[in-house]
Design a binder for this molecule. Sequence first.
Ligand code: ADE
Length: 249
Amino acid sequence: MTKIGIIGGSGLDDPNLLHDARDVEVTTAYGSPSAPLKAGTIEGREVVLLARHGREHTIPPTYVNYRANIQALKDAGCTCILATTACGSLREEIDRGHLVILDQFIDFTRRRDVSFHETFAPHGAVHTGMAEPFDDGLRDLLNRACAKLGLTHHERGTVITIEGSRFSTRAESNMFRMWGADVINMSVAPECILANEAGLPYAAVAMSTDYDCWKTDEAPVTWEEILEVFKSNVEKVTSLLVETVRNID
Ligand code: ADE
């Protein structure tokens, strides 16, 4: 039986998104997740919502317990994960409010637990393949749902995840563009890595909220800008999630 985990920002912790919503307090072998899980149904499918940064958005990206979040969804019986994230655009053609269905990441984080495997005992070494980290079946559903709803979207894109909480310097932003990154955020790695290690198919939709700081004809990104653009486009993401969940097998 399919059960869908959804990891989102606090704007997505909307009780109206779920039918028969109830809070479930959980803890895991890796500690507590960012918030209680909110379990319910969307279009008759069982769904579990988790606010990545906590319900009040109090947990900075470095301090999110990504391992506990993924383990909590797995323990709750989730069979796949859809994640949402705001991102900065590193490409002219990815404008504010556009959605990007990510297909690759570059992990530029430095201070996070990036694996469940703290020891190889007792079963021997585990090294998880990461060539195609985002699940193609889920990505396909997200892309089809975007097309059906008429949402301006990019069918693929490479995200670079930085440590934060600061934004990038202009030199870094230009370097990331040269590396081939299309968008930038602070959370997809190690979340995506851990979902792969846990054997949970994972896909993420990134909403572009700003042009970071590489674009010298406009002011560098601010947190206030991200919040404003995200808020005024959040219903795109919720309608995309509903349409995608409806079509998951
Ligand atoms: N999230 C949204 N915009 C971002 C940016 N420019 N850098 C890092 N994370 C972001």
